[in-house]
Design a protein around this ligand. Sequence first.
Ligand code: HEC
Length: 270
Amino acid sequence: MVEVPEYLLERSRQRRAELTGTELADSGAAAPAPDTAPVAASTPPAAAPAPIVEAAPPPPPEPDPPYVEAARARKRMPYWAASVMVFLPLWAIFYVGMLEPPDSDELVLADNGAAVYSTCASCHGADGSGTATGRQLSDGELLLTFGPAPGFDGLAHHLSWVYLGTADTKRLGLDFYGNPDRPGGQREVDSFASGMSGFSNLSLEDLVSVVYYERIVHGGLDAETAAHEEEMLLALVADAPAFETGSPDEISALLTESAEGHGIDLAAGE
Ligand code: HEC
């Protein structure tokens, strides 16, 4: 029989002492002298408490695997973490609350607009960077054409453009679209690829949503202006006016009317 090394026996004794709660001194006293046969080493002391049930001596414990050693050596949670943990459940409640879908009758322009924009992405690119068949909207291009500017209702012009598209804008007798003071000159209708179809088939909700989406995502409209325009658009949706021609002037007048009816401060957008 291979002799069990003394250090393993010693560890075994200590382990057992830890498990049973027996003082090391006791087990030491009860344990046989080191030169006794290994088997006797685990004989419980006569007055040992009940927990020791094994009749046969257990094999000496294996040395701890490395991951156990690592777990022991690992740093414990710092004391300040306790105070962080206290707020975790609170945070979880907020988080879940945020995930909840909005009421079904609540129109979220940006979300709805992202879905509608999938019909525009084939020409304008998912990120608005443009393709061979549709103009670039990103990198400031959209707001140069349809951004708010003194004396120019960019929001109304944008809505009108998407509603009418190339052919219907021309049909209204307009040869140009967008800001007349656009750097590099005002946009000429039908000046890119084979033009753009109008989207008068969209519901008013979808039309204002996709326009809002383009303005904030591709245009990078500042938060304050975006909030103001969102209010204007939601007021328009609430009033649900029918467009006669969908011209920029008509839509501009309708936007103003709805805003006034809903107590929106028009000066806030300037
Ligand atoms: C068939 C390709 C195509 C699709 C689909 C398309 N567009 Fe266009 N878009 C164009 C083209 C081409 C122009 C330039 C039209 C012109 O010069 O008459 C344009 C111009 C624009 C502009 C003006 C950009 C500028 O700065 O001049 C906006 C805004 C715009 N489109 C929004 C949309 C929206 C919103 C949709 C989806 C509801 C959409 N487009 C779908 C091709 C497309």
